[in-house]
Design a protein around this ligand. Structure first.
Ligand code: ADP
Ligand code: ZN
Ligand code: ZN
Length: 729
């Protein structure tokens, strides 16, 4: 008789799976890959995931341990997600058990049952169906609910009704509506009609993608800001739903784009599964279940939502595909965008990458005809592209970061009734505290970084390790008291705005002003409604929002990024400028963008503002080609972190010599070098860069390397990690 063994991925830092004997009394023929199994591991009991049932093991049978229990009848990870994580574990050289754990909601990792959750919903009673909602004209919120429910005879999820509980209860007391639990939907709903007729470019994009439903087809939807990309997504999702399919929509950060979720919710009065980092473990499991059971036809989430199992997958959309947050930057360092492509191929479905400022990676894929490019070259309706102007701040005296020409334009736009948006990617009051007596500056004791002075608590904060201390009043170096804040953060500019424009309400949006739950939504609503006419913020304010009355955008400091050690810095800067600028003139009134810089002659900056992002991107890609940098070649980083700089550097130097000695053709090794910020939170960091024009050669080298490091004694002196396709180098 064949012996039956379970091959199991166990949460651990080891690069392998483990074989176990069947639990007593288990019928192996009923087991499905992807179920959870409780197993003994070392001295602990852990929960692993079944990868395969097998009859052979490299370990002798009498040495194998017996699994304790099978936790699921149906896989918690269905076949495509399981295969994707296995592939990603190989590609990113991350331990399989750890990778699978990252893919599961926390409660499932802890052994909870994946039970289907009831979805609270409301529907009309017979009496309610007969009500003429026109009679409720003086109770607008009641009327809105009645109208919505009359359009959806099968009822609506509570989450789809934008109404406070007391209004629902009033209607319930009248006997017009009743609560019930929505059953997992098999079909979909009446979607609300699109408020717009698609323009020809949108229609062409939709038609091209629709023609490929049911097969693998990757698209790059390149649409200038305000060109109606979201409207294209909505139309495609509507089509998927009408074919009883689910659509998965990945976005960089949900907190920053509540409008996007709102638009989906308004168009599709179905339970949306919304997955983001702000959820409780219970909420996350619920949303995940809605997706897995097919109850939620639309799943919107940040990067880890790529691991959500879907019952009837039909379409994947990755919005803002260039955004760095789609790449996980610690632990399991996957790119959700790249996994989306992999998963769509596996599922034979289309995948749409959308952006106003596509990554050079995706543009190269278009050039090589792997992706089909679809273009939305113009803003919708009568909105025109904004005009750009550079302000040379070398010749200006700045008042708290604001140049005279910028101030003059702000007055003009405000007088004309417009809104003004100022962008400064630096929070706090001043990024430096300096002694004028001896040039001493306040630095973090645990990082190679300056401390930022925050006015609200009058303390110095490190933005890298989170440590803080009181503001120095005496210079620790010369004992003088001539200490001054130097440079501008958003707090300082906010104060300056209040002085320059005392009659105009301003709001500041950054991490500090939006810590409390609901605060970001409240501030964004104030910006949107026009109640505040002066908007100031960091990149939280820059992306995705639609503020119809903003006519002037001021970028206070564009220079960060022009001269940086990271070869991607100029690409990032260009994307950010275009995104921020995209907030201007999205309605009737034309928009204007002013950019303060010390380098107005910089060729890439010039190209960007005179010819636009596509021209910039072409030039940047040419530069990468001649420098043989990504996306032309592939990179991987081996990072090491230790209590001393010598340990980290020494370890990487040994690795480097090892690689040289084995002499792998086709891979170049650079370094080791200290990380850009060598010391962070008291630890010293260094890195070794591996580069190759052949992905295969690089991958083979990494496989060998990781296997060696796993058992190497030297490697235990440091914390090391591999980052394939790193986004910050
Ligand atoms: P993007 O996602 O490219 O920034 P949106 O889809 O948000 O663009 O569209 C920008 C604005 O134009 C929105 O207010 C949207 O409602 C509107 N809009 C989109 N498509 C059309 C259209 N075909 N006709 C008129 N307005 C449209
Ligand atoms: Zn001093
Ligand atoms: Zn620090």
């Amino acid at each position: 008789m064949h012996k039956t063994l379970l091959r199991i991925a166990v949460p651990s830092p080891l690069y392998r799976s483990f074989d176990y004997l069947l639990p007593d009394g288990t019928d192996a023929s009923t087991l499905k890959n992807g179920v959870r199994v409780r197993v003994p591991f070392g001295r602990r009991t852990v929960i692993g995931v079944l990868l395969a049932v097998t009859s052979e093991s490299a370990v002798e049978t009498h040495k194998l341990k017996r699994a304790l229990a099978i936790l699921d009848r149906e896989p918690v990870l269905n076949a495509d997600v399981l295969a994707m994580v296995q592939w990603a574990s190989d590609y990113y050289h991350h331990p399989i058990g750890d990778a699978l754990t990252a893919a599961l909601p926390v409660l499932l990792r802890q052994g909870e049952a994946p039970e289907a959750s009831a979805i609270p919903a409301w529907r009309l009673t017979a009496a309610g169906s007969a009500v003429d909602s026109g009679t409720l004209a003086r109770a607008a919120r009641q009327q809105a609910i009645m109208t919505a429910l009359q359009q959806q005879p099968q009822g609506l999820a509570r989450s789809a009704l934008e109404a406070p509980a007391n209004v629902l209860h009033t209607l319930q007391d009248k006997g017009w509506i009743e609560p019930f639990n929505l059953e997992p939907a098999t079909g979909c709903c009446n979607t609300s009609a699109s408020p717009h007729t698609l323009n020809p470019a949108q229609q062409h994009a939709v038609d091209s993608i629709l023609a490929r439903f049911g097969e693998f087809a990757p698209f790059l939807l390149e649409g200038v800001t305000g060109s109606g990309k979201t409207e294209v997504y909505l139309t495609l999702v509507e089509q998927a739903l009408s074919q009883q399919q689910q659509a998965l929509v990945l976005v960089p950060e949900i907190g920053l784009t509540p409008q996007l979720v709102d638009r989906f919710q308004q168009r599709f009065p179905v339970p949306l599964a919304v997955l983001h980092s702000g959820l409780s473990d219970r909420e996350r499991l619920n949303a995940w279940q809605l997706a897995r059971k097919g109850t939620a036809p639309v799943i919107i989430g940040t990067r880890s939502a790529i691991f959500t199992p879907l019952l009837r997958p039909g379409l994947i959309i990755v919005d803002e595909e260039h955004d760095a947050s789609l790449k996980q930057q610690d632990g399991f360092r996957y790119s959700a965008r790249d996994l989306a492509i992999w998963r769509a191929r596996r599922l034979d479905i289309p995948v749409v990458l959308g952006s106003a400022t596509p990554s050079l990676e995706s543009l190269l894929n278009v050039e090589q005809e792997r992706y089909q490019r679809l273009d939305l070259p113009e803003r919708t309706g009568i909105a025109r592209p904004p005009t750009f102007r550079l302000i040379d701040v070398r010749e200006q005296r700045l008042e708290d970061g604001l140049s005279a020409p910028l101030l003059a334009h702000m007055h003009q736009h405000l007088d004309a009734g417009g809104q003004v948006l100022l962008f400064l990617n630096r929070r706090g009051f001043a990024p430096t505290l300096m002694c004028y007596g001896c040039d001493w500056v306040a630095e973090c004791r645990r990082c190679d970084a300056r401390l930022t002075w925050h006015r609200h608590d009058n303390r110095l904060h490190c933005h890298h390790c989170g440590s803080q201390r009181p503001v120095d009043t005496v210079c620790p170096s010369c004992k003088g008291t001539d200490l001054h804040p130097v440079g501008q953060g958003t707090e300082r500019v906010e104060q300056a705005l209040a002085e320059h424009f005392p009659a105009i309400e301003n709001i500041r949006i950054d991490r500090d002003t939006t810590r409390r739950k609901g605060e970001l939504d409240r501030l964004l609503e104030q910006a949107r409604s026009g109640a505040s006419r002066l908007l100031l913020g960091t990149q939280m304010l820059a992306k995705g929002h639609h503020f119809p009355n903003v006519t002037l955008v001021g970028i206070l400091d564009a220079d960060h990024g022009l001269f940086s050690t990271d070869f991607r810095a100029s690409e990032r800067m260009a994307q950010l400028i275009v995104q921020v600028a995209g907030r201007a003139g999205r309605h009737e009134r034309p928009g204007e963008v002013l950019i303060q810089t010390c380098h107005p002659e910089h060729p890439l900056l010039q190209l960007l503002i005179t010819e636009g992002y596509p021209a910039f991107a072409r030039a940047a890609l040419t530069e990468r080609r001649s420098a043989q940098m990504p996306p032309i070649t592939r990179l991987a980083l081996l990072r090491a972190e230790a209590a001393s700089a010598d340990t980290a550097m020494g370890f990487l130097a040994t690795v480097q010599q090892r690689i040289r000695a084995t002499g792998l053709p086709g891979v170049e090794v650079w370094g080791p070098v200290p990380a850009t910020m060598e010391r962070r939170a008291g630890r010293f960091r260094a890195q070794l860069l591996l580069q190759s024009a052949q992905l295969g050669a690089l991958q083979r080298l990494l496989s060998t390397l990781v296997r060696e490091l796993e058992v190497s004694r030297a490697a235990r002196q440091v914390r090391w990690s591999v980052d394939v396709d790193p986004v910050d180098t």
